[in-house]
Design a protein around this ligand. Structure first.
Ligand code: FES
Length: 130
């Protein structure tokens, strides 16, 4: 092995190791840090709207079911606050989720967090969190 070949092999090995650690950091650590505790809060409920965005929550009301999702993208935590063609789209890197919070398109691979909730006050409000 010449010194040039050795040097090239060493560079490739260092890049491969760095790529491995970036992959592990993203997949195993950052995406799991996105799960946060939600203290109890109450927001108004508009049963005529399919999707309502609040500061930390997305309320989805369809098929007689109300689901509350976190606005934090499961990739790196950007705030999702727009609906495009029936999908929740992250403005940072373009991950897409369906209205149940399931990932449709990456880079995120983890679904949006579903937050426990219940409709209260004769259907006027939603209590979110535990
Ligand atoms: S933070 Fe949402 S796709 Fe990267």
């Amino acid at each position: 092995m010449t010194s040039n070949t050795r040097r090239t092999f060493f560079k490739i090995a260092v890049l491969a190791i760095a790529a491995f650690f970036v992959f592990i950091w993203n997949k195993l650590i950052l995406q799991h840090l996105n799960t946060i505790q939600h203290s109890k809060t109450v927001v108004p409920f508009n049963k005529n709207k399919v999707v309502s965005f609040y500061d930390n929550y997305i309320v989805v009301n369809q098929n007689e079911t109300t689901t509350v999702l976190s606005t934090r993208c499961s990739h790196l935590g950007c705030k999702i606050n727009e609906l495009e063609n029936g999908k929740l789209v992250c403005p940072c890197h373009g991950s897409e989720y369906d209205l149940s919070g399931k990932v449709i398109k990456g880079p995120a691979f983890k679904n949006l967090e579903v937050i426990p909730s219940k409709v209260i006050s004769n259907g006027e409000s939603i209590e979110i969190g535990n």
